[in-house]
Design a protein around this ligand. Structure first.
Ligand SMILES: Cc1cc2nc3c(=O)[nH]c(=O)nc-3n(C[C@H](O)[C@H](O)[C@H](O)COP(=O)(O)OP(=O)(O)OC[C@H]3O[C@@H](n4cnc5c(N)ncnc54)[C@H](O)[C@@H]3O)c2cc1C
Length: 367
């Protein structure tokens, strides 16, 4: 494998670095507050004006047709510059790949450019009170009515739904378990939204109650009854590549090494160095994944290995930062990072479930 970047890729890195060095804002208020949410949306619009919000999308939808390798380069520069977490991430990283693959041209034209600018912010509405790991157990349903569907049911743990404008999720239209689920998009204005606090006390989640919410025909993504297949394509993006690019962990590892160097404890410094090496290993692995996808292959179940690796690495790095900082941790952004890292083994499919997938479908072990 050629590990060198091409001249065009190096130029792209320089352009992104240069732009971010003058435009990346300092820390913004949490996106789980009204003012923070607005500030993050404004930042997304600035990124979009520079055609940097969705670099790997086609130009017609607001991107610049960059390759996945260039996208990874963008991510490295983005996180190294300390730029804000992406309030649009569920839309641009989870829904958008499905819209591009399964959506109609009208759906793509209607939703993607607005998503790319943060004009619409999308929430993922998959989990239900009795259907988290066992997603196929979901009971939310859609009933056909003239011109569309009425949605009924209860979704939970929907990140950013407290402030987002739209959501996407699965509803039963027929059958049992994986069969007969349909993928719907919907306006959150019409849904009863109840904010739920996360560990930091802020409404990072919401519960969604559907009591006959109307979704017209254009809000169905893909074929009726094909929702499971579409959703599985999303989980592969979510776990395997797009939701957590290595740039995020490389930037954390760099900061951790600096912290450990300043602390002057050789044993802790050794652990920090090990984290850095692991972040670099994940980076190299991800470039390999990107090349696999660019060659036309699917990431498939191997995505579960990446998910377990990045979530546990993030946890290790933040736990070490807590040790290094001691009581001072509360005065630094490391504490928020630590609290969020605790959720890494849970969201995007718990690590217990990922280990089951690796055991059965990657290693071929018996159930
Ligand atoms: C920060 C954060 C953000 C999230 N954002 C969203 C979002 O935006 N949209 C959304 O829809 N959901 C979201 N979720 C929900 C998340 O997807 C679920 O929490 C997750 O899928 C687990 O489901 P559950 O909470 O119902 O736990 P359960 O499925 O009840 O599992 C409880 C425990 O049992 C284990 N377990 C269950 N079944 C098995 C098994 N067969 N083998 C071994 N162990 C098993 C699980 O691994 C877990 O440890 C988010 C969660 C967090 C923490």
């Amino acid at each position: 494998m050629d590990l060198d970047f091409s001249p065009a890729e190096r130029d792209f890195r320089a352009e992104v670095r240069d732009w971010l060095s003058t435009h990346a804002p300092g820390p913004l208020p949490s996106m789980d507050t009204p003012e923070g949410f607005a500030a993050h949306r404004a930042w997304e619009a600035r990124l979009a004006d520079a055609r940097l919000s969705v670099v790997s999308w086609p130009e017609e939808h607001g991107g610049r047709g960059a390759s996945l390798i260039e996208w990874l380069i963008f991510e490295e520069e983005y996180w190294a510059a300390g730029a804000p977490a992406r309030v649009t991430q569920n839309g641009i990283f989870l829904l958008a790949p499905c819209l591009m693959r399964f959506g109609t041209p009208e759906q793509r034209a209607r939703w993607l450019p607005r998503m790319a600018r943060g004009d619409d912010v999308w929430a993922q509405a998959w989990s239900e009170p009795e259907a988290g790991s066992d997603l196929a157990a979901l009971t939310s349903r859609a009933e056909p009515v003239p011109g569309g569907w009425r949605l009924y049911g209860h979704k939970t743990w929907s990140s950013r739904a407290a402030y987002a404008s739209h959501g996407f999720g699965l509803f039963r239209t027929s059958g049992t378990r994986h069969k007969g689920l349909t993928y719907f998009m919907f306006h959150l204005d019409d849904v009863a939204v109840r904010p739920v606090a996360q560990l930091d006390g802020l409404p990072g989640f919401a519960e969604l109650h559907f009591d006959g919410v109307f979704a017209d025909e254009s809000m169905v993504l893909g074929e009726v009854g094909e929702g499971w297949r579409i959703a599985m394509a999303t989980t592969s993006s979510e776990r395997g590549l797009t939701l957590r690019s290595p740039g995020r962990f490389l930037a954390t590892a760099d900061r951790l090494v600096t912290l450990a160097r300043d602390a002057g404890d050789p044993a802790l410094a050794d652990r920090a160095a090990r984290c850095w090496v692991e972040a670099e290993a994940y980076r190299l692995h991800t470039f390999g994944t990107a090349r696999t996808i660019m060659a036309g292959a699917e990431v498939g179940t191997a995505a579960s290995m990446g998910k377990v690796f990045w979530s546990e690495l993030d946890l290790r790095m933040h736990a070490l930062a807590m040790e290094l900082l001691g009581e001072r941790a509360g005065e630094t952004p490391w504490l928020d990072g630590f609290l969020f890292s605790l959720a890494g083994p849970i969201y995007a499919g718990t690590n217990e479930i990922q280990r089951n997938i690796i055991a059965e479908r990657v290693l071929g072990l018996p159930r």
